[in-house]
Ligand binder design. Structure first.
Ligand code: SF4
Ligand code: SF4
Length: 412
């Protein structure tokens, strides 16, 4: 007889891997830069080796759109797999209930039964988990080492404190009082999934044809954390955790029979091929196209950017030799992964003749740094012209340009 295969261990491994990934990702760095972090003060997004500035938000929107489409696709193809295998809420509830059982408590109808000592110790576990989740969230905004250094010295920004305390409190209340009720009563995902499901979506169920083999042992119901009976068909509370499937396989293995409950593509034997329809293929193709666009945009983005504007704090003035000095501010952004030297030059757009500029025209910027440079452009008197500013890198390579219009200053 073949060995009974259970999906529980695979599901737990998957939860471990995704949870560790969530926890470890903010700690990982490439050349001293976070792999994934939103730097609010610097208005940068560290995205897997790329540093995106706020003005490159379209790339973030593109990435978000891809994420939304992939989520939609996972839902249409794999059904409620998100709930049982990936959702952090399910993982937290699983960990909380595992800890409760470890401390000798019984979890029944979402409430705990057992010795007071176990219940008190469990509150400490909840507090630790709440602290971990709230910290983990903030690590995506503040480098983890910096976060801990500022936490112990009470030196976090007030917005970070509010986020930390509110998140910690919500997670603690969730673990202590809500847990599975979030899935059954509050989370809208189950309802949305029901609306967008395809006829061939992967579904965990008990096929009608198998019902007659059911020995009414009730093991599937006893093992269901949502306390539902899968024999009554699809229910919105079901998180597709697969515990009932394993329970049934275990029971039926003793009778040398296969389990009754299973994952199938479609409820009526449609099979995975049933997913080859426009409802699945269209978002799939859209997602692939957007992914290619994003990749091309990321690879082709310039390694530095330049923005120039006339200073609002200093007016243009006539110099002793009659020429005009106009005060400018330039914003230079090093989008590369390395420290780089930049030089700013100016020329007439029409003829290409160079124009003198004085002030901060050279700068060394670290990777991802955005810096303001102040300088004065000197132009001939009584001449209106379009000026092209050029940012050059090492070896005089032109990296970015910006334009400004200089009007005539009429003599009084
Ligand atoms: S019915 Fe089965 S898959 Fe659904 S929540 Fe209960 S145990 Fe998990
Ligand atoms: S575990 Fe299987 S055999 Fe037992 S009641 Fe559930 S479906 Fe029927």
């Amino acid at each position: 007889m073949s060995k009974t295969r259970f999906i529980g261990p695979w599901r737990r491994r998957f939860q471990w891997v995704t949870t560790l990934l969530l926890l470890v990702l903010p700690w990982l760095e490439v050349d001293g830069k976070s792999l994934l972090r939103i730097d609010i003060p610097g208005l940068n997004l560290y995205l897997f080796g790329q540093i995106l500035r706020i003005e490159e938000l379209y790339l973030v929107l593109l990435a978000t759109l891809i994420f939304v489409l992939s989520f939609l696709l996972i839902t249409v193809v794999l059904g409620r797999v998100w709930c049982g295998w990936l959702c952090p809420q399910t993982t937290l509830s699983d960990v909380a209930e595992w800890a409760a059982r470890f401390l000798g408590l019984k979890v029944q109808r979402n409430s705990l039964h057992g010795p007071l000592r176990g219940k008190i110790l469990l509150q400490l576990v909840y507090l630790f988990l709440a602290f971990l989740v709230a910290s983990n969230l903030l690590w995506y905004f503040i480098q983890p080492r910096l976060f801990f250094a500022r936490l112990v010295t009470f030196d976090l920004h007030y917005a970070a404190w509010i986020t930390f305390i509110v998140t910690g409190l919500l997670v603690y209340l969730d673990l202590a009082a809500v847990r599975r009720l979030i899935c059954s009563d509050f989370c809208p995902y189950g309802r949305v999934q029901t609306a967008i499901v395809d006829k061939a979506t992967l579904t965990l169920h008990l096929p009608d044809a198998e019902l007659e083999r059911c020995i009414e042992c009730g093991s599937c119901v006893r093992n269901c954390p949502m306390e539902i009976d899968i024999r009554h068909g699809y229910q919105v509370e079901c998180t597709n955790c697969g515990r009932c499937l394993d329970a049934c396989r275990q029971v039926m293995a003793k009778r040398s029979e296969p389990g009754l409950i299973r994952y199938t593509f479609g409820l009526h034997g449609e099979g995975a091929r049933g997913l080859l329809n426009p409802r699945v293929l269209l978002p799939g193709v859209a997602m692939l196209v957007l992914a290619v666009v994003l990749l091309v945009a990321l690879v082709g983005r310039p390694v530095a950017s330049l923005k120039v504007s006339v200073s609002h704090t200093a007016a243009a003035r006539q110099l002793a030799d009659g020429r005009i000095g106009t005060f400018f501010n330039a914003w230079v952004n090093n989008r590369s992964q390395e420290t780089a030297d930049y030089t700013l030059q100016a020329r007439k757009k029409e003829s290409g003749a160079s124009l003198p500029i004085k002030g901060q025209v050279r700068a060394e910027l670290s990777a991802g740094e955005n810096r303001r440079l102040d300088f004065v452009l000197v132009t001939p008197a009584n001449e209106s012209l379009t000026v092209e500013f050029v940012l050059t890198g090492e070896e005089g390579l032109e990296l970015s340009t910006a334009e400004a219009y200089i009007g005539k200053i009429e003599e009084e």
